[in-house]
Design a protein around this ligand. Sequence first.
Ligand SMILES: Cc1cc2nc3c(=O)[nH]c(=O)nc-3n(C[C@H](O)[C@H](O)[C@H](O)COP(=O)(O)O)c2cc1C
Ligand code: SF4
Length: 565
Amino acid sequence: MTVTTLPTNHQLIEQWRRQPAPLLPLLHAFHERDGYLSEDAMRSVATGLRIPIAELFGTVTFYHHFKRDANERSVPRVCTGPVCVRFGAGQLLEELDGQPMPCAGRCDDPIPVLRDGTAFAGTRAGSLTAHLSPLPPPHPGDFEECVFAHIREPGRAKLDGYRATGGYEALRRAVEELSPEGVIGLVTENGLAGRGGAGFPTGQKWTAVARASGGPKTVVCNADEGEPGCFKDRAILCHDPHAVIEGMLLAGYATGASRGFIYLRYEYPEAFRVLHHALKEAEDAGLLGDSILGSDFAFRIHLRRGAGAYICGEETSLLNSLEGKHPFPRNRPPYPVTHGYEDLPTVVNNVETLAAAAPIVRRGARWYANLGLNGQAGTKIISLSGDIQRPGNYEVPMGLPLKTLLYDWAGGPEAGHTIQAVTMAGLSGGFLAGDDLDVTLDEPSIRSKGSFLGAGGIMVFDDRRDMIAVARDAMAFFAHESCGKCFPCRIGTQRITERLAGEAGPTELSAWIDEVADLGQTMKAMSACGLGLAAPLITESLLKYFPKDVARHVERTGHDVRGDR
Ligand SMILES: Cc1cc2nc3c(=O)[nH]c(=O)nc-3n(C[C@H](O)[C@H](O)[C@H](O)COP(=O)(O)O)c2cc1C
Ligand code: SF4
């Protein structure tokens, strides 16, 4: 019989304390060993990393994943995101006696359950299975893909499979034929903009880091993907991890960075294993480390896991989280390009942005730019879910009509039903409905309707859905995830959730609308990050497209408050 000896507190501290960004991996190591973070573990971490114990408590309790009670060790967490609710998340939660978890990024494969570090999916307690993320559906259009062009090929997640279709050729081209400015030139000319939500031009970001003084410089891959309805990064990470690693290497070469981090959301344990293996393969093959491909370029990547906090996807909150600080967003300026990780110049890019870099360097700026339609550059991956026949990740040419995606590519709604509304940018872009579903999938078109494409999550709601309840749950998500740093966001998201839940507030329609609009405007004027700026779009778009539903809701609230029903 083999007896496994668990590592001691001292051994765990010694393993991690000299590593870059040690707090999260150390906390995870204790959490995995004991199933929760005990008082004793917390004290050891505080002493080992020289963090005041009160500060450490504040940081640890901010994250949803870390359990502090030994009795909760094996309690599963069940996704209660907008799509999973429709698939019966409430019932599954009861069956498993679990804890609710905000959207876990598996809307194409519901319902995700996390137990003992493994992700399962299924709609009933007896049908849960642990399996790898679904591949993107077969590409339905006549258009060429960029990021997904090879992702469906067998063995693509392994180094040999990746190399079989040109993998690491862009890196070779960069270090052997191109200067760092040459790589930045290619990424700038093609019009690539960030795919994580804000759409900032990638070439401009890389140029700013290349020109910034101080070092070592850092490249951070933002793989936190916490936006409800977004699950594209998970597909890339699970099935094409070397594309992301090669993208980070190109960013490092172009900007003069020598270290990289992948910050992966905790809810993707299978992606963690795939990435861990891919990084080891790349190191063993001399693609990471010193003298990469015989050049004088040196670059190392460290894999770090978050611990369940949507706000950690915001780049400055992510940087604080990596540094072991309380993950509040930072005040900006200064921006991460000059004052990022450890206050040094840092590129933060989304997974999809980085995965597009290698094909662009291999095939040229013009090729990528021409993939878009009607003057829009490149492609965008849309995570499509909800009341649609073929949910999944679709790489569309920028500028494709939304209805072509919904009806021709994804089969439209279930027979006998119509599409009532869709969300944009996951939840952050609010709703689009009615004639506004005639937009094309690009920022100018969607912004002209008061929304934005962002990270590209689109959830579909058919005519059976109660849009007031959908809006209430969306606002409850923002209230739950508001980090609390800004008073208007912390209180505003809470108050609006209560109004949408029919709890107290004005019982007269115009007063109700004025109050909700006032809360939204204050949040927009006073919030320090995109969460507080975006949340009011939920109620603005609800009022725009569903005024009669709002009027009925307020009337019902009035009856309830007066008790005359
Ligand atoms: C509340 C909030 C959450 C965010 N979550 C993510 C995320 O999960 N992944 C991501 O790449 N960007 C996220 N962003 C955007 C990042 O702050 C940042 O703009 C992005 O990582 C930059 O990469 P890109 O230029 O390649 O898009 C979020 C922003 C906000 C305000
Ligand atoms: S806007 Fe909200 S989430 Fe963003 S920093 Fe302020 S309180 Fe935190």
